[in-house]
Design a protein around this ligand. Structure first.
Ligand SMILES: [Zn+2]
Length: 255
């Protein structure tokens, strides 16, 4: 049987060890599908392939379906190393949260042209984020991660209702509930455990994240408390609708 070879541009979402020197890399391909490939020698210091399958790296790969179930990388070239995401603890944690959500919102056999460019842009934004101090950087990264999560989840069908109460349509909601699907008024919230207090200005922030470009998100003024709250709500939104635990995202939030 001839071996099937294909060329894919992909982002490395995560990696697991395989034997002494190899890695299994979980990738998001440019067509939005997810695939796992083996990087032979991927753990060998100084090996050619090692740098091309670094976490968050965007690489052009030639993969060959081997005798086993997983394809093997035959050739590789770096498209975008996203090196700054690996040299800085806060940025690494933010990128880890992004990659984890990307992993749980992409599927082996479902193409979706939206997923790759937005992850690539969000990773680049996490590299570009500048701030006067560590707490401002945390705030900026929280805003970027929250925006990515709400955008991707909305794209996949989980768009929060924000302008009126999800339960009764009351126009001045003051709570937010991932389980309910968005904003709630006080009386509907009283019947649902776990609805978070959410003043209008904070609900407006979620709407803003859904619509704003990453260029805007890198510039907009945001206070640290609001940014952290948005990241926390994005985490709640993702875990509730994807029905998974997101440990890297938890780690980023410091919970
Ligand atoms: Zn209501």
């Amino acid at each position: 049987m001839p071996r099937k070879t294909q060329r894919v541009q992909a982002i490395v979402l995560d990696r697991t060890r395989l034997g002494e020197q190899d890695l299994i890399c979980r990738l998001l391909a440019q067509d939005g599908t997810r695939l796992d490939v083996v990087a032979k020698g991927g753990r060998k210091p100084g090996s050619k392939v090692a740098a091309r399958v670094d976490l968050f790296c965007e690489s052009d790969l030639l993969v060959t379906q081997g005798r086993g179930s997983l394809a093997v990388i035959a050739e590789s070239a770096i498209v975008h190393p996203h090196a700054r995401l690996r040299g800085d603890y806060e940025r690494t944690c933010a990128a880890g949260a992004l990659a984890q959500v990307a992993r749980h919102t992409s599927y082996e056999d479902a193409q979706d042209a939206y997923l790759y460019p937005i992850l690539s842009r969000a990773l680049t934004a996490c590299e570009q984020a500048t701030a006067v101090d560590a707490s401002a950087l945390d705030a900026r990264l929280s805003l970027l991660v929250a925006a990515y999560v709400f955008k991707v989840l909305a794209h996949e069908g989980w768009l929060p209702v924000l302008d009126a109460c999800v339960g009764c349509g009351e126009p001045n909601p003051s709570r937010f509930s991932a389980a309910a699907g968005g904003a709630l008024c006080e009386s509907c919230a009283a019947e649902l455990p776990g609805a978070e207090p959410a003043p209008r200005v904070q609900l407006d922030w979620i709407s803003y994240l859904l619509g704003a470009t990453f260029d805007r998100l890198l510039e907009v003024d945001v206070d640290a408390r609001t940014a952290m709250w948005l990241a926390r709500m994005a985490h709640l939104w993702a875990t509730t609708h994807l029905d998974v635990r997101l440990k890297a995202f938890e780690f980023f939030l410091g919970v």
